[in-house]
Design a binder for this molecule. Structure first.
Ligand code: GLV
Length: 330
């Protein structure tokens, strides 16, 4: 049997499936278990897997896989052991760039929603409790004039900084928490003289809003842990639109419960789609279901890039958005 070109684990939005179907043979196998995915990868029946963040490609799976590549429908790729993929000559593609603004919008939306108690207020109106304007009804906090601390200073952090500056916020950042690295004015570009570079401990201590924008790596797992939460201002709000395991969610629930920090806005969770016990009961949180990139045009562009990566991989070519181009030469 000759290898089918594409194994697709979840149908892509338009134009993704159309592009794949025009380029080769597509097998759509939704809701595969981890064992079924591993068996399919090892079968030799598929050239390229078009994958989602929930599909885990660990070292044992990759060692037995007989595939040319993985096209991940995401900018992040923490679901794939990249070192093991490279060692097994499996090239990985992702979808960078197109979801930067949409995700920064969600970071700002969460800041405003927590600070201004948007979800509580909406529930109040829907419950028929609104009796007219009140001087002290649902008082929240301003964002203008307050300090946003950005953990990381990549594309999404910068887009968030741009928005925060327009809101009249003071913006500070630490480029590679928990460590640091120099950032010169050339790298700062439009932000030179407009944002402050702080060490991780200083950023944690000074932020009114601490927003996480780092990739999930062994170094950033539980970057925000109990001791970091204790070092934050009691009035501070934590925002996470990056990856759930960067925050110790059990420690966060305790910190929100006992007033160590004031609130949290989360789009990602440590063990998605499960939430840490108690999180959903806390009124000082706004919880979204991982929708940072969820706009119609962004998902369409992600689907296009994901399909283009997959098609190039099936042809034995370097994909336009490669994560580990070095795997090609092996
Ligand atoms: C979403 O989380 C992505 O990495 O694209």
């Amino acid at each position: 049997m000759s290898a089918t070109d594409f194994l697709v684990t979840t149908a892509l939005p338009d134009p993704g499936m159309r592009l794949l179907e025009a380029a080769g043979t597509v097998t759509l196998a939704e809701k595969m278990s981890a064992a079924e995915l591993a068996r399919a990868c090892a079968s030799g029946n598929y050239q390229v897997v078009v994958a989602q963040l929930r599909d885990v490609f660990d070292a044992p799976l990759l060692a037995s896989a007989k595939i040319r590549g993985i096209s991940n429908f995401a900018v992040g790729y923490n679901n794939i052991d990249i070192e093991a993929a490279t060692a097994n000559s499996i090239v990985v593609g992702n979808t960078p760039g197109v979801l930067t603004d949409a995700t920064a919008d969600i970071a700002v939306l969460l800041m405003l929603a927590v600070a201004r108690r948007c979800v509580e207020a909406d529930a109040y109106v829907r419950a028929g409790r609104f009796q007219g304007w009140e001087p002290e009804l649902l008082l929240g906090h301003d964002v203008s004039g307050r300090t946003l601390g950005l953990a990381g200073f990549g594309r999404i952090a910068r887009a968030t900084a741009r928005r925060a500056l327009a809101f009249g916020m003071t913006v500070a950042f630490c480029p590679r928490p928990p460590g640091d690295r120099p950032v010169d004015d050339e790298e700062l570009g439009e932000f030179a003289g407009r944002v402050r570079h702080l060490s991780w401990p200083d950023l944690v201590a000074e932020s009114d809003f601490l927003s996480v924008h780092v990739p999930l790596t062994p170094e950033t797992r539980h970057l925000v842990d109990e001791s970091v939460l204790r070092s934050m201002k009691p009035s501070a709000i934590l925002i996470n639109t990056a990856r759930g395991p960067i925050v110790d969610e059990t420690a966060l629930v305790a910190a929100l419960r006992d007033g160590t920090i004031a609130g949290a806005g989360l789009d990602v969770y440590e063990d998605e789609p499960r939430l840490a016990p108690g999180l959903a009961e806390l009124p000082n949180t706004v919880l979204l279901p991982h929708v940072g990139s969820a706009t119609v045009p962004v998902r369409a562009e992600m689907a296009r890039r994901c399909a283009e990566n997959a098609i190039a991989l099936a042809h034995g070519e370097l994909p336009p958005y490669p994560v580990n181009p070095e795997a090609m030469a092996r």
